[in-house]
Design a protein around this ligand. Structure first.
Ligand SMILES: Cc1cc2nc3c(=O)[nH]c(=O)nc-3n(C[C@H](O)[C@H](O)[C@H](O)COP(=O)(O)OP(=O)(O)OC[C@H]3O[C@@H](n4cnc5c(N)ncnc54)[C@H](O)[C@@H]3O)c2cc1C
Length: 401
């Protein structure tokens, strides 16, 4: 194999390119990115970048120097328009054509947008890129009122950052709890308490009925009858897989590009990894993850399999979020069907919540207890058997190892 082409220049692309080199591949490695920045990580965008303590340099995953020293050809501002699988080429927005022997699609996902009243308004923000973060940060200032639409991770992290900056923050959420797709109800309720304790106003079971303002949103009227004056609106209502290239090239797609456990698409010369990949599990379920750890590990495994290693990818389920001074981490199955839950109380609002199925520890949430996560990983990997309430009562969790 002479040349691996990677479409997309984010976390997965950087991880795959580095892995190709660390595995000894000495052919061409080309990253085609439609952004103007070398690959960077996105988690700080809603945290340190908004606060002004991280920037394009500190978030960079593969700098120009790194790329040069690993002989990785990073082409910025190069949008891929189409894949021609028959000829094994990609067509660039600039009109050029590039040949591949193996192709990795790592195009990630994009923010879901609100249309109608929210389209083309100057003070409506989304957060996906460094440029988005810069625009949002420029609009944030003490005493201004930020409205977050959607109580998912991004909406909540941005609200927390706004409060830290002395802004007023209000969150409006359609569901009856925070992070409804990813947190169980009790953890969602605990998170709501943290936000309310920091002065963020949360409206659950609520939608926006109407808005006031011409080219800016100046007020919103909620379904609970309240009308709020707002200075800016951040929309965090989920992400959509950038799978159109795959679909138009005739690859199997289903809310993402479908891959097998080797990260191979329906074309054996084309792989996908990161937010864009929907991986078919043994039981037929499709799992598409939107997380740092998955993008990192899945792309590294895709690179190995491009080189013919044939190693199945085991989903890395680890996820974290930082809100105010609270760190939340999750791993494994945190809402198991037919399982039970054990809760170990920490200081203040902190707790560690274990999921147990058939006597096995299958997942956990560390809510303000980050040190427990390393121990839980080890307990899970050694197949810790739950026979009593030691997970809750042991003075030191490490003693269970
Ligand atoms: C604000 C924010 C905060 C986050 N916080 C956390 C967190 O705390 N914890 C956590 O685990 N995860 C977090 N995530 C999720 C994590 O960052 C993503 O899961 C990860 O970035 C996915 O990596 P990726 O490479 O698949 O996609 P991306 O990083 O999105 O990279 C895809 C790249 O491909 C480019 N591209 C798309 N189409 C084309 C094309 N046709 N041609 C060329 N280039 C193209 C895109 O512009 C982009 O640069 C956060 C994400 C965001 C946006």
């Amino acid at each position: 194999m002479k040349q691996v082409v990677i479409v997309g220049g984010g976390q997965a692309a950087a991880s795959a390119a580095r892995t190709l080199r660390s595995e000894g591949f000495d052919g061409g490695v080309v990253i085609l990115s439609d952004e103007v920045y070398y690959p960077y990580e996105r988690p700080p965008l809603s945290k340190a970048v908004l606060q002004g303590t991280a920037d394009a340099v500190s978030t960079c995953l593969l700098s120009e120097d790194d790329a040069r020293s690993h002989n990785i050809d990073v082409r910025l501002g190069q949008r891929v328009e189409a894949i021609d699988r028959g000829n094994r080429t990609v067509k660039l927005g600039s009109g050029g054509i590039l040949h591949y022997d193996s192709l990795l699609i790592a195009t990630g996902s994009r923010a879901r947008r609100l249309e109608g009243d929210f389209a083309d308004k100057r003070n409506v923000f989304y957060l996906r890129s460094l440029d988005d973060a810069a625009a949002l940060r420029a609009a944030m200032a003490p005493d201004r009122h930020m409205l977050s639409i959607g109580a998912g991770w991004i909406g909540l992290e941005v609200a927390a950052t706004a409060r830290k900056m002395g802004m007023q923050a209000t969150v409006v959420e359609l569901a009856d709890r925070l992070c409804a797709r990813s947190l169980p109800a009790d953890a969602g309720a605990a998170l709501a308490e943290v936000h309310r304790g920091h002065g963020t106003v949360i409206h659950l079971n609520t939608v926006i009925e109407s808005v006031g303002g011409q080219d800016r949103i100046e007020s919103v009227t909620l379904s609970n009858g309240k009308t709020l004056a707002v200075d800016m609106v951040v929309v965090g209502i989920g992400a959509i897989a950038n799978d159109v290239l795959g679909r138009e090239a005739g690859l199997e797609t289903a809310n993402g590009i479908v891959v097998d456990e080797f990260l191979r698409t329906s074309d054996p010369n084309v792989f996908a990894a990161g937010d864009v990949a929907a991986m078919r599990m043994g039981d037929g379920r499709l799992v598409r993850m939107e997380s740092w750890a998955n993008a990192q590990d899945q792309a590294a495994m895709a690179a190995r399999n491009i080189l013919g290693r044939n190693v199945p990818y085991v989903v890395n389920t680890w996820f974290w979020s930082d809100q105010y001074d609270l760190n939340i981490q999750m791993i494994g199955d945190i809402q198991p069907e037919g399982g039970s839950v054990l809760v170990r109380r920490g200081e203040g609002r902190a707790f560690t919540r274990f999921s147990v199925v058939d006597g096995r520890l299958v997942g956990a949430i560390c809510f303000g207890t980050p040190r427990d996560m390393a121990i839980i990983r080890r307990l899970m990997s050694k197949g810790y058997v739950v026979t009593d309430d030691a997970l809750v009562t042991a003075p030191d969790l490490r003693k269970l190892l």
